[in-house]
Design a protein around this ligand. Structure first.
Ligand code: C2E
Ligand code: MG
Ligand code: MG
Ligand code: MG
Length: 277
């Protein structure tokens, strides 16, 4: 019974496994070289208010590989996390974000704009994370109150006490935190109350169904009510149609992000005040 059919099958060598292991190693070393060669690009996507005015941008990482083309985060962030390269990449993103914020702060028309960056768990766990953030802000003279860090609920599952301490230390510097992909995890009301976050970002998966399904509307409404009680700002991601925008606006959401208002584009090329389509 110990060597049942199923188990034997698991151990059998498949050439495909070697190929996959090989391609992961190649990907990791390409990425390592790509980082050194300056192939990372920061893209940005606008976030608008109820009147479609741009209030912020989210930074989204791309890898411009001569061999692979423009690589999306889903295809290189996992390996960057496994190898630990994400810590260095994340520090670079923070630097870029602060450089952008400092530039916007110089013009009265753009001085109100915030910039969000996505964090990875590995970054947050680094003992010098708070210093990394402060260093980036100071180097570029960026306004800390315009920098937002996006985290997911799962990042609170291990060592919540330390995570809360880190976020409090950042809040003391006026850096704010947003809970990304909200609604996809297992957060309860009482749990959310303990977290020093100032914004929730409702996951795109709710948006696609909100136009057709009344249950979905009720769920989003519940999230908005909960956020109101806890005085959290509510952003929704993945708004693609006018119809979705209208329904979500009706539900009292504060801010909106999605292709309807603009696709991610290289941050150096965007008009930071333009929300197009
Ligand atoms: P996310 O933080 O939830 O970012 C939103 C994703 O939805 C982005 O995908 C964005 O391009 C996409 N999106 C925005 N509006 C729409 C829309 O209307 N429709 C659809 N279908 N998609 C939309 P992207 O750029 O591929 O990034 C995927 C994920 O990779 C991000 O999800 C984030 O978790 C991660 N990521 C991106 N940049 C970074 C980074 O600098 N550091 C870390 N640690 N993770 C990052
Ligand atoms: Mg995000
Ligand atoms: Mg998100
Ligand atoms: Mg999402």
């Amino acid at each position: 019974a110990a060597l049942s059919g199923g188990r034997t099958r698991l151990c059998r060598f498949e050439p495909r496994m070697l190929d996959e292991a090989q391609s992961r190693v190649t990907l990791a070393s390409d990425l390592r070289r790509g980082i050194s060669a300056g192939q990372l690009r920061l893209y940005a996507q606008p976030i608008v208010d109820r009147d479609r005015r741009v209030i912020a941008h989210e930074g989204l990482l791309r890898w411009e590989s001569p061999a692979r083309g423009l690589v999306a985060p889903a295809d290189f962030i996992p390996i960057a996390e496994q190898t630990g390269m994400i810590v260095e990449m994340g520090a670079w993103v923070l630097e870029e974000a602060c450089r952008v914020l400092a530039g916007w702060a110089e013009r009265p028309e753009t001085a109100h704009l915030a910039f969000s960056v996505n964090l990875s768990e590995r970054q947050l766990r680094a003992s010098d994370f708070v210093q990394t953030v402060c260093h980036a802000l100071e180097t570029h003279g960026a306004p800390a109150e315009r920098l937002k860090l996006e985290m997911t609920e799962s990042m609170f599952h291990t060592d919540i006490d330390r995570t809360v301490r880190v976020l409090r230390a950042l809040l003391a510097e006026h850096v704010r935190v947003s809970l990304d992909d909200f609604g996809t995890g297992y957060s309860s009301l009482s749990y959310l109350r303990q977290l020093p976050v100032q914004q929730v970002k409702i996951d795109r998966s709710f948006v696609t169904r909100v136009v057709e399904d009344p249950d979905e509307v009720a769920i989003v409404k519940t999230i908005v009510d909960l956020a109101d009680i806890l005085r959290l700002q509510v952003v929704v991601e993945g708004v693609e149609t006018e119809e979705q925008f209208a329904v979500l606006r009706e539900l009292g959401i504060d801010a909106f992000q999605g292709y309807l208002f603009g696709r991610p584009a290289p941050v150096s090329e965007i008009d930071p005040l333009a929300a197009g389509g």
